[in-house]
Structures are given as structure tokens and as C-alpha cells.
Design a protein. Structure first.
Ligand SMILES: Nc1ncnc2c1ncn2[C@@H]1O[C@H](COP(=O)(O)OP(=O)(O)OP(=O)(O)O)[C@@H](O)[C@H]1O
Ligand SMILES: [Mg+2]
Length: 241
């Protein structure tokens, strides 16, 4: 569903992402881990189509992002680490605005979908309030609704759990799992090893722009020759290089 071929990004002299090759199957929740500055956000922005690669190819559901950007982007919902929202809109207005960006017709089906999403993310009571009055966690949940409005096959998420309280985090983790079980492919960066272990079917660790290890949490432990916590594996693998 997502295929990255020799994906590379240079920022002037810096190799932020260095020849990444990855293939992620449909319905997999993929966790992207790595130290600060490793290249996670850069990779995610390229997959979401908001940053142009220096080299390499991105294929989403068979569409080459460079050759057929609109078909590829139609498959993708993107939740950035620092989302932008029009704060003078209400939550409901914002979701209709996003639906319009995806050229979705204003049908009863769309209003049902938006209502269902607001219900799912526990924002129904706030739908008529201005976004500027939302707390950080509520904004975070609203941007997740917005990313799902066009029923994307692929959901790309940059650090989704930052700033969510335990209840919000539990809600989002459950929704991500449900989405994956329904066949949505998730690509998620996180610093939370607990989240990666609990939610992700597969994990890759990136360091200095290169993938240093990939597998299930269990396989990562084995590769590192350790039976311990994922945290120990992460620290050891990222320290060695
Ligand atoms: N716009 C930019 N211009 C120049 N260098 C950049 C730019 N954006 C990112 N970088 C550099 O690219 C490298 C990778 O950054 P990136 O934001 O992808 O890391 P990250 O893995 O998401 O880190 P974090 O965990 O802190 O979010 C870093 O060295 C960063 O300084
Ligand atoms: Mg980042």
C-alpha cells in the first residue's frame, strides 16, 4: 500500500533522509521510531506530499506520488505534528471546509460521516464552538477527524499522542487499531515505545536518515539479542552507531 524506493532528502549539505526502502502492506499499523532529528518528520512530510524528495520514489496504492500526485494524495489522510487550523471556524465548519478541499459533495452521507467522526472522537458537544476555545487535546482530536473525513486508505500521523491525556490517548489508540483492522494502512511516528508496542504491527527505527532495524517488537528484541524491554533495545541500537 505504501512503497518507498531509495527515498532521500537533502537539506543543503545535510542528508536528513538517506535512501530509505520500505514496503508496508494494507491494513498494517507501522510505527516509525528514532531519536530527535533522525528524519521521521521529513519522511512523513514526503509521503504526505507536502515536501519534495531530493531523490527516490513514493508509491501509494499503486500511484506514483510524483507522477500522479492528485490520485496518490486522495488516498492519504495526514495528521502533522504541528497542525494548522482556522481557529475562527467552529469544529463543524472546519470539517466541512476540509471535506470541500477533497471535493466531497455536501450530501446527507457526508453530514452523517462528519457526525460519526465527531461522536467517535468525543467532540460532538463542541462542534458549534470556535476552535480557538478548544484545548490542545481537543484540537488534536479534531485534526484526526479532519484527516479521516475523506475515508483515506492510508493515514500518516506524526507523533499523535503528544499532549493527549490518558483517556484521549486510549481513545486514539483504540481508533487506530480499529482503522487498521478495517484495512486502513497507518504510518505513525512516535517517541512512545509503549504506544509502538501496543498499537503497531511493525516497527522501524530510523537513525541519521537510515533505517537501522525493522520488524515486530518481538523481532526487534531478538535482533538486538535481548529479552528486555523495547526501551533497552531502542537505546542500545541507537547508541551503537
Ligand atoms: N526545513 C529544514 N531545513 C533544514 N534542515 C532541516 C529542515 N527540517 C529538518 N531539518 C533537519 O533534518 C534532520 C531531520 O529532521 P526531522 O524533523 O525529520 O527529524 P525527526 O526525526 O522528526 O525529529 P524529532 O523526533 O525531533 O521530531 C534534522 O537534522 C533537522 O535539523
Ligand atoms: Mg519530528
Amino acid at each position: 500500500m505504501i512503497k518507498l524506493i531509495n527515498l532521500t532528502k537533502f537539506y543543503r549539505g545535510l542528508r536528513a533522509v538517506d535512501q530509505i526502502n520500505l514496503e508496508i502492506r494494507k491494513g498494517v499499523c507501522f510505527g516509525f521510531l528514532g531519536p530527535n532529528g533522525a528524519g521521521k518528520t521529513t519522511t512523513i512530510k514526503m509521503i504526505a506530499g507536502v515536501l519534495k524528495p531530493t531523490k527516490g520514489q513514493i508509491i501509494i496504492d499503486g500511484h506514483d506520488l510524483a507522477k500522479d500526485p492528485s490520485a496518490a494524495k486522495q488516498c492519504v489522510g495526514f495528521i502533522p505534528d504541528r497542525p494548522f487550523m482556522y481557529e475562527k471556524l467552529t469544529g463543524l465548519e472546519f470539517l466541512y471546509f476540509v471535506a470541500d478541499l477533497y471535493s466531497l459533495d455536501s450530501t446527507p452521507m457526508l453530514s452523517r460521516r462528519i457526525g460519526d467522526l465527531l461522536e467517535l472522537f468525543e467532540l460532538r458537544h463542541w462542534e458549534e464552538e470556535l476552535i480557538e476555545s478548544y484545548s490542545h487535546g481537543m484540537k488534536q482530536r479534531l485534526i484526526m477527524c479532519a484527516a479521516l473525513v475523506h475515508q483515506p486508505k492510508v493515514l500518516i500521523v506524526d507523533e499523535p499522542m503528544v499532549g493527549l491525556d490518558p483517556k484521549g490517548a486510549r481513545l486514539v489508540k483504540n481508533i487506530f487499531r480499529e482503522q487498521a483492522e478495517k484495512g486502513t494502512t497507518l504510518f505513525m511516528s512516535t517517541h512512545s515505545l509503549e504506544v509502538a508496542e501496543e498499537v503497531c504491527d511493525e516497527i522501524a527505527i530510523i537513525q541519521k536518515g537510515r533505517i537501522i532495524v525493522r520488524g515486530t517488537a518481538g523481532e526487534l528484541r531478538e535482533q538486538a539479542g535481548m529479552g528486555g524491554k523495547l526501551e533497552d533495545v531502542f537505546l542500545r541500537l541507537t547508541q551503537e552507531r
